[in-house]
Every structure is written in C-alpha cells, then in structure tokens.
Ligand binder design. Sequence first.
Ligand code: 26Q
Length: 778
Amino acid sequence: MNTTFQNDVIKCLELDAGKTLENATTKELYNAVSKAAVAQAYRGADKFIGTKRAAYLSAEFLIGRMVYSNLLNLGLLEETKELLATAGIDINVFEDIEDDALGNGGLGRLAACFIDSAATQNIPLDGYGIRYKYGLFKQYFEDGFQKEKADDWQTYGDPWSIRRDEDTVIVKFSGQEVKAVPYDMPVIGYGGKTVNNLRLWQAEAVNEFDFDQFNRNNRAASIAEKNDAEVISSVLYPNDETYEGKVLRLKQQYFFSSASLQDMIRKYKAKHGSDFSQFSKEYAIQLNDTHPVVSIPEFLRILVEEEKVGVKEAIGYAKETFAYTNHTIMPEALEKWSTNLFIDVIPEVYSYVLILDKELQEELAAKGIKGEAANIYRIIDNDLIHMARIAIYATHSTNGVAQIHSDILKTTALNEWYKLYPERFNNKTNGITQRRWLALANQELASFITGKIGDGWITDLYKLKEMEQFADDIDVLNEFAEIKHKKKVELAEYMHKVDGFTVNPDFIFDIQVKRLHEYKRQLLNAFSILDIYFGIKEGRIKNFNPTAFIFGAKAAPGYYRAKGIIKFINEIGKLIAADPEVSKYISVSFVSNYNVSYAEKLTPAADISEQISTAGTEASGTGNMKFMLNGAVTLGTFDGANVEIVEQAGEENNYIFGARVEEIEKIKDSYNPKKIYNDNPRIRKVLDTLVDGTFNDGGTGMFRDLYESLLNGAHWHRADHYYLLLDLIPYCETKLRCNADYSDRQAFTKKCYLNMANSGKFSSDRTIREYADEIWGV
Ligand code: 26Q
C-alpha cells in the first residue's frame, strides 16, 4: 500500500498537524483524508471544454456527511479503511463528523441527490447556494418537548471546500454593499471521472474594521459593517412549507442569486463580450422553487443597465435561459413579497419587477385578456410581488416533481397559467441517488444485490429489475430477510446509544420520518397507534404482531401545532412503555435530531414506510423512495410519488388507503368532522385523550389546541383541514391488514423484495437525465 492518495494523507497530517496516523485526532484524520481526496478528485477529473453548462440555483443543499460518499465515488473507501486499519483506527470514527445540514428537508436533499447524479452521468451541472454559518438547528427533547440549539457544522473544519477569493463579487443592497466570497466543493461523480462544482457564497464586509470608530472608542460601530454583512449568510431559515416574509430572507435570496449570476456573466463575457444573444447556449439556469426567482429581474437589471441590452431582448434571453421547478401547491408556501419591503431592500431590482408586470399585461392585452380577467396574472397584485408568477412568465419551463403534482398544477393550482402557456408545463418525477441511499447506507443489501446481478445498478438502477427473477427463490428471500433483520439490530443499537431507547429488533419496524407538518399527518399515525392500544386493551384486536413505531421529525421552531404533535407522540410512547400488558406488542420511539445521517440508518431497517399525507398535498416525497429502494412496503395515501411507487411495484405489494384527490375535491365544502367524531366511538375515544387528562402537555394548552383544530378549526383554517377524521378508520384497518399479512413472513418478505426490485425509476440519475435532455439541452 503506497498510492498517491495514501501518501497525500500522510503528508497532509505531517504538514497540517505535525502528526502521524498513530497520534492524530479524529479531526486531523478527517482533515487529511478529505484534503487528499479533494486532490485526487481534481487530479483524475476530465475537463469539460466549451460545452453548455447548467446551473442549479438553490437556497438549500442538504448534503449530509460527505466523507463516506466522496470516498465511495472516488473508489477510495476500501483503501481508506485499510490505511486507517494499519494504525488500528476504524473508519467509523468519522461518524462523529457533523452532517452538512444546509437544508430543511426534501427540497434541499433533492438538490444534493441531483448534483451527485449529474456528476456521475457526466452532465455539466453546477450547484449555487449559500454557505450558511449555521445549518438547520439541532433538536433535542426536554420532557418530550422539542428544544433547539444552533448547528455549528464546521466544528470539525470544512476540508472539502476551497475558498476562492479571486472570484469574490460585490452584491449591492440599498445603502449596503457586501462581498460574496465563494467556497467551492468538488462534486465527485461515481468512478471519479467527472468533477462538477458546488459553489456556496459567504457574505463578508467590504471593510471589516473601522479604525476611525475604534479610535473614537465606538467598539460596536467599529465592527458594525462586518456584522451587518455576515448576518446575511449566518443562518438557514428553519421553515419548510411556510412562507416567511422577512427582510433577511429576501436579502439571502438576492445575495446568492446576484452573486451566482455575476459569476456566470463574467465567464460568459470573457468569451462573447457584451453580445448576450448566445447566453442561453452557454447556460441553463434551473430555479429550485421560488427562492432564487429574484435572479430573473436581477438578470434583466444587469443586462439592461450594465450591458446596454434592450429590455425586450433581455426578457427573451431570460426566457430561454431560466426554468422553474415548483415543489408545493399549498398557498401558505407560495412566496409573495410586500412591495414596500422589496423596495426598501433592492429598489433597483424592483424597477425590473415593474417592467415584467407591464410586459406581461401587454402580452395579455394582445391576446384579448384584459381588466378583471388579466388581474389573476398580475405579478404585482395588491402590493404583493408574486414570485411564482415571475417564474412562470419569464422562463420556458415550469415543472412539478411527481406526475400527480404536475397534473394538479395544470388542472387546478396553476390552471390559468397552464391555459396561457401549455407548452411550458412538464413533469419531472423526483428521484434519489442510490449511491448514498443503498451503496453506502445499506452495504449488506448492496453486496447481496451485486452478488446476484453484478454492480451495474450503481449507475443504472433499472438493473434492479433483474432481481425479480429470484422473487420466488426461498433462499434468496431468506437472505434478504436476514439482511433486513441485521439492519434492524443495528438501528436498535444506534437508537439505544444516542437516544436511550430499547427497541426489539424482532418487532415490525414501522417508520415515519420527515419534517413535522400538519399535512404530513404524523398526528394521524399517532391516533392509529392509540386506536390499536385501546383495541388491544379492549380485546377488540387479537394476534397483533408486535410493532415498533418509530418517528423522526423536526418542527419549525415557531410552529406551535407541530411542536404539540411531537409532545403528544412522546406522551403516547410514555403511556405505552409504562403499560406492561401493551408494551409486549407496541413501542413508540421519537428519535431526536432526525437528519441525513440518521436517515441512512433508519431507511434500511424499515418494514413499513409511512407516507400518509392528505391526498393532493405532498408534491412528491423522496423518503418514500428511499424506503422502497431498501425493501419496505409503503403504507400510504394516493399522493405524490406514492402513486408512481405503487404503479411500479404493484398495489398488491403495498398498502394504500384513504380519500383520493377527486374525492376530497368533491366533499370539501360539506365536510363535517364533528359528525364523524360524534358518530364513531373509536374516533371519539382517541381524540378525547387530547383533552380528558390521559396526557399531560405541561399546562401549555397544546393538546387542546390540536383538539380544537380538528373539531372547530381556527380563523385561518377550517376544522380538520387535512381530513384526519375522514381517513382515520380506513387507515387503521389498512394498518391492521398489513400487520396481519406480516404473519406470513415469506409472503411479506416477497412484497418488500418486489418493492426493492421495482425501484429503478426512482433514481435521481433518471430524473437529472430528463432535466438535461428535456429542459436544459446539455
Ligand atoms: C420559504 C420562505 C421563507 C423561509 C423558508 C421557506 C421554505 C424553505 C424550504 C419553503 C419551503 C421549503 C422546502 C420545501 C420542501 O422541502 N418541499 C418538498 O420538496 C420535495 C422535493 O421536491 C418534495 O418531495 C416534497 O413533497 C416537498 O414537500
């Protein structure tokens, strides 16, 4: 063993720490291994010359832990294990390294899967985002209540990034100029042939320190500019699926949008000068939700004011260059900035929002759409700037993220826009990278599959279909089941270590992990567990196969109801744990600080994947795909990508329940949850636990608030807005049917197996190819 990589590791330890393998700390080892891997990546990579590139603009990149995935893609994982072993070190020491949690949930994780997939398939795609000092908060529980603390993800350093001072640009706000300093991370494709770039911008002051103020004894003023600048990239907003109209958030969006555009325009001009007619032949820009949509008016501003391009030409170039992905139809998540706030922060950009509004109105008028009929398209409407409207009008592509979601955009949510520009609407069903979510997270299953069909699946997930030929082979199914059991043992050990839970690996593992949101209906899951609890106690439910119900979710810190749901589930867990009769059959565990690394342990261990959002609310979901890939059945609604999962793996191999979109659409005006409550004693019994003293919410009133929200509603939502009561009984019955099916272990294992074998479609390799072919032309 004496390769360049290994020598680099040793050398780096010597240069950076003055140490050897034997006496280095974990942090020093991590630093050396990572830096040597970065060097190796750049050494081995092919260079793209003169090809069109795509840019993925995203406020979030939820990359997770990078050391293992990068080593895997470089083909250095085994070699690193061996090298460390020579000094008696287990590569697992790197599990102490923080995740890069620069994202909230699905949208951020999708961005991370996409850049992995693009690099693997030799597609020239770069990511652009923000280098937050603090990522998504860390979660812990106190007496069952969620508490938050800051996520200082750089405590082990950031050896994967290279600071590129030479590419610093200036971003101007009204009355403020800040430096945007790029940090580049290599995005290493599997096999190490292609290295793309993830460029994250950090905000810094133009003048760090004001000596004048300092000399006059004004300490605070001497560093005021530094603080005002740095705050822009200081923290990731912990909301997901709700819009927050805060000045800092708009600053963040403009900051990375402007910096990224300046970067591309600088490179473009070096080649083409000020003739921007070729811009869309050099760049395709994908906007990840509306968060970077301010880059459209910014693009116009730069072209018109600084490059003297005509307004109409500039709008034409924007349309050719930009494309927009929508990730939600929920009104509360659609970004609308108040004009006053926008003018306060970026007045020069506002002029171009006005121009876009005027241009669109002219276009509509020319089509005979005027007055009232034109108002629904106003970009500036009642003193609000509608970012999604800018995105649809000034791009050539608007896509949803699963078939049902794209259909809903066309037929309802964005129907008026679809009528205007039908050719712009398209679907790109999400996917996940099998490198992280199978090759790394489930090495046992990965080797098992490779042993049967070779390792082609690592870069072509459709190959998993070849596993179907063994679906009736008892030995194959047994081995598959053994792997699942091993992963359950490992998860149980891990949960014991980090959270102190005792989970029996011989139980069914029924897992719901995702952000906490009312529409995702963790509360529905909680109610079903209570119904089973009472059913067992009353003798109504017999022969229940013991089940460990496992939850993981962060609630936005200001989302009171979501926090109430966490506390409620923790209370249910406590009640059941204290009941020796029922705890033989049920355990409930809410793991703390659910993140990418925890997900890597949870997904391989699930028998049942809970995907139970109200039909029509979950745009796609991607956790559902991770579970399927690792061989679990889906217990879910006809929503998001569940529809396609079932289409691929068969309804007979999954457990689908509940009202469908069309059904909900029909009943919604006459929906009466109180009547359901009054008519059904099982539902009443379960709901009443929120208010009858069964549980203690510490006097907060949180549980009563949940109860009220279901039966009476609040001023902002009707009662039971997400139809929990409507779906509760069908859900419980389906869950019990699934539980009963588990008794035939072999038949159940076969269902799990067939899910795995039919998950090929859900590789982000497929998704990103579709973006490249159908939207970007790269
Ligand atoms: C907006 C304004 C202010 C602060 C925060 C935000 C914000 C941040 C994050 C709004 C939304 C998000 C994230 C949304 C998200 O993750 N959506 C999910 O996207 C996945 C990938 O397409 C889908 O699979 C999920 O269905 C969808 O919920």
